[in-house]
Design a protein around this ligand. Structure first.
Ligand code: URA
Length: 269
């Protein structure tokens, strides 16, 4: 008798969870004849195999993407792999679409947030909602146009209700993010908010202790600062001045200068 759709869905979800935990295969069910009774003559149903593991295909031309063109092609392939990702059963069943990242490669600056919100899930681009508008303003005041910066998130899917990403979800997405950053090759990075900072640095230190200095991610200088959503008017706008201090530090370390319009707001330090 064929399994009902709900049992199939649950079986698939359990298998996905096992695979997220690193279990690549499970033994096929073998029917055990009940004691003292003849074995049934019909074959018992076997569980549905889980959907294909999202692999990262590497066509010959981009086996070791090095040139800018090869890296752009590979980035596009990676975005396509991510768009079919089914590693997190909850996220892939609630997302509208994946939100991979936006911007050119070989950038001076890469911004990394936590995860897409409702606006990003709807539009397929990171930081396009209220927090994104504030991010654009912070970048502009620091002398960067959004179009010259690469922007992405730790997670490529929106967590329902904008909850904080679960550790296993960040683990599932890490491979994508690391390859993405290796292809983009930013010279400097900013982690916006504690989740992004802690994931990149593999620490649990609170953001208040991580900000205000440069760290390193795989040899790339990394600034940590507060998330723009945390600075919105209904939350902690007073902390904007701390972000401004952090951005001034970054601009200095990058050997750049602030735009004329921002200089009057630069702190004395
Ligand atoms: N918050 C994030 O961390 N990332 C986005 O893309 C939007 C909001």
């Amino acid at each position: 008798m064929p399994a009902d759709p709900e049992s199939l869905r649950r079986a698939r979800q359990s298998l996905e969870a096992l695979r997220s935990a690193g279990i690549e295969w499970v033994p096929r069910a073998v029917a055990q004849p009940p004691v003292n009774r003849p074995a049934p003559s019909v074959k018992p149903p076997t569980p549905e195999p889980p959907p294909a593991t999202p692999t990262m295909p590497r066509p010959a031309a981009t086996t070791n993407p090095v040139t800018p063109d090869q890296r752009r092609i590979r980035l596009q392939e990676l975005a396509e792999v991510v768009s079919r990702c089914a590693r997190c059963p909850e996220l892939c069943s609630t997302r509208t679409q994946t939100v991979f990242g936006v911007g050119p490669i070989d950038v001076e600056l890469c911004c990394i947030g936590e995860a897409p919100g409702a606006d990003e899930d709807a539009q397929g681009e990171p930081f396009v909602g209220k927090a994104g508008q504030l991010l654009n303003d912070i970048l502009k005041a620091s002398g960067f146009a959004r179009s010259e910066v690469y922007i992405c998130n730790i997670l490529k899917c929106r967590p329902p209700g904008n909850r904080t990403p679960k550790p296993e979800e960040s683990d599932n997405c890490r491979e994508y993010l690391h390859e993405q950053l290796a292809l983009v090759r930013p010279k400097f990075m900013v982690a916006w908010g504690g989740t992004a900072a802690q994931n990149l640095l593999k620490v649990t230190t609170p953001i208040g202790k991580l900000r205000g200095q440069l760290h390193e991610f795989q040899g790339i200088p990394l600034l940590v600062t507060y998330h723009p959503a945390y600075l919105l008017p209904h939350r902690n706008p007073a902390m904007k001045k701390e972000v401004w201090k952090d951005m001034q530090l970054l601009v200095k370390k990058m050997g750049r200068s602030l735009p004329e319009s921002s200089r009057k707001y630069a702190s004395e330090s």
